[in-house]
Design a protein around this ligand. Sequence first.
Ligand code: PLP
Length: 393
Amino acid sequence: MGAPDDGRLARGLEEARSRSLLRTRRVVASPQGARVQVEGRELLNFSSNDYLGLANHPALRDAAKRAIDAYGVGAGASPLVSGYLEPHREAEERFAAFVGFPSALLFPSGYAANLGILTALADRSTEIFADKLNHACLNDGALLSRATFTRYPHLDMAALEERLRVSQASTRIVATDTVFSMDGDEAPLEALVDLCETHHAWLVLDDAHGIGVLGPRGRGCLEGLVARSPRIVYMATLGKALGGYGAFAAGAPEVVDWLVQRARTYIYSTALPPMAGAAAVAAIELLEADATPVDTLRDRIAAFRSACEAAHVPLMPSRTAVQPVLVGDAQRALDVAARLRDEGFLVPAIRPPTVPEGASRLRVSLSAAHAEPDVRELARALARALARAKPLA
Ligand SMILES: *Cc1c(COP(=O)(O)O)cnc(C)c1O
């Protein structure tokens, strides 16, 4: 009789519900794009990480279809066994050239890549230094590696330097998001490279929200960086601006060789469907040939920010596609999101534990797929919804 946990799950679910923290899903009945079909309604979509509108782009669809015809839908095995197919190899080569590294390795996802990188580089005598607002999968990788895990206040280079200075660890790794996924702000890369040089640390960079967005042609956060240090292990995902699925780790050839030997999420997991490699190649080719998607996204970001300023909607300091509107209370964030949905806008309310307690927000993500009037209308709708949603008691 009864659940094997004395009702712990039921109580946990009820508590999440009562604190407005229960997570629910909505079925989307259309491809990603500026507009999506959700539960029988068409909504303007400001919730997707498809920043360049590539997830349903004809060039990527065609490349994936051709790969299915040539290679089928499944890779059949881990890359080390027999799952390393020509589209995977080509994607690695093209990606490395795109971001300016000698070599790259294709992982099943960004989550898997971060777990693989950190567990392969670290051991029990390692100390991993992590920005407080890093993505969950960098934290999970650090915990899984059994290294000493030291978090520093968000973007605080003085605090990081102090922690590095007193560290006794034989191996040091600084790990950071380059663009913070719920804030849209950026890590100070030059300062991080300098600190890692001085203190003999690896620098693991998660460019999930920088690839396709930052740098000329969307080549990512490192484009234009003065020092291209061999200490950098660079990770970028394919599931956001690049429109597909999967992720790359890039770095010195020795780093990539080491990951092939030791990254458990690479070794013990089936390779991506070959079509994911083909879609990645198509995305990179598209960006190399045409600056329009990246430039259009930048125009939309500028237009949204100026429209919010005009409508007195307070934004956070972000020049990226992630443009959060801080609300504070979780229930109020849900209320604002519901009002926006009533007006035809899909904007997610992001609540703890994804963001700190009291820092719930609407996470607006912009895309090159949006038309300029779309982002201006959203700014006005946000102003109305914020004014009408129940203010904090
Ligand atoms: C989305 C995201 C990931 C995970 O990538 P997936 O390919 O979706 O697993 C990793 N890091 C950051 C910062 C992300 O936003």
